[in-house]
Design a protein around this ligand. Structure first.
Ligand code: NAP
Length: 311
């Protein structure tokens, strides 16, 4: 497994595990998924305080305590969505006061005394961004976090953080259908900020299950793609590359992204397939000219442009 090193020396396995959809109701399956991830060199685990209202962090904390493997994991969590477990209300809160208290709750749920990365889980240009940055810098000085970043697609927010903070990473949805980050990637590369690409399989449609998943999850299409366009793009790419779409989805990440692929799974068999296709894509790229691949992608995948929240 390739390791991506951030500018603040955080090591991320190129294939990360997005824990958001862990099947928490099935403890054995949850533990098998996490064990399998680590056994296959996936050391970057991505969670958030909000996922399953804190239960996701609790499950990962329990797993790390039982396995005594905290030191083997690059642990990322997120903050900014203040939730009330009693009534399910979520309120956006990027204030320093809230972040300084929310980290303590996350660390307690995760049964650890530091996070490798802490991300602002969203963000708007109207936020008091300097106050948020001050909170992250203070947590770094206190040793509670090693590094920080934001999860955002908004160009104006990203631009501000690039210019006024020490962010190490930016998380964005990035895949063949949501390729909006392609416009922002050159700026990330220039500033040595790593992309954390979430949704690489577009909720599973970029797998051999595309016929059923496009019906169940994308009947109304997605961004600029109708459901039929999604299916015909998948079939065209499979013909062009002579590869399964899931390998192509991983290949797309390896070619265009400078960071880690944050792939989720709710079943062990999904994780095993995701690992297998990641390795197939790595192997394919060693044998194939990258410009040939880029040419296929640029000819057959429609570009989606983000037109709001511009700098
Ligand atoms: N704003 C943010 O910061 C933000 C937002 C969203 C996600 N994230 C992070 O990014 C991670 C990944 O995001 P995501 O869950 O949207 O991305 P994803 O990896 O594209 O989708 C994961 C889902 O796709 C399906 N899937 C995965 N592997 C499959 C396979 N081999 N075959 C068929 N279906 C498969 C599963 O759906 P089913 O469970 O329905 O089977 C799984 O839950 C999350 O876990 C989370 O850590 C961050």
């Amino acid at each position: 497994m390739k390791i991506i090193q951030s500018k603040h020396n955080i090591q991320l396995s190129q294939l990360g595990f997005g824990a958001m959809n862990l099947p928490l109701e099935d403890t054995n399956q949850t533990e098998s998924i996490l064990d399998t991830a680590l056994d296959n060199g996936i050391t970057y685990i991505d969670t958030a305080d909000l996922y399953q209202k804190g239960q996701n962090e609790i499950a990962i904390g329990r797993f790390m305590r039982q396995r005594k493997n905290r030191h083997k994991i690059t642990l990322l969590s997120k903050v900014g969505n203040e939730f009330n477990p009693l009534n399910d209300e979520v309120k956006w809160n990027p204030s320093k006061e809230y972040i300084m208290s929310a980290i303590k709750d996350s660390l307690s749920r995760l049964q650890t005394d530091y996070l490798d990365m802490y991300l602002l889980h969203g963000g708007m240009i109207e936020d008091n961004k300097d106050e948020t940055i001050d909170a992250f810098e203070t947590l770094k000085k206190e040793g509670l976090i090693r590094s920080y970043g934001i999860s955002s697609i908004r160009p104006n927010v990203i631009d501000y953080y690039i210019k006024h903070s020490n962010i190490d990473v930016i998380m964005m949805q990035f895949n063949l259908f949501d390729n909006r980050p392609l416009d922002i990637l050159p700026s990330l590369v220039n500033n040595n900020i790593k992309l954390l690409a979430r949704g690489p399989l577009s909720k599973g449609v970029l797998t051999d299950k595309y016929a059923t998943i496009s019906n169940s999850k994308f009947n109304d299409g997605f961004l600029g793609f109708s459901k039929d366009e999604m299916i015909s793009t998948i079939q065209t790419l499979e013909n062009q590359f002579q590869l399964p779409i899931q390998t192509i989805a991983m290949l797309y990440q390896l070619i265009y992204s400078n960071g880690a692929i944050v792939c989720g799974a709710s079943k062990l068999e999904q994780l095993n397939k995701n690992i297998e296709h990641y390795h197939s894509a790595v192997q394919f790229l060693t044998e194939t000219n990258i410009d040939t691949c880029k040419n296929i992608f640029e000819t057959h995948v429609k570009s989606i442009v983000y037109k709001e929240h511009l700098v």
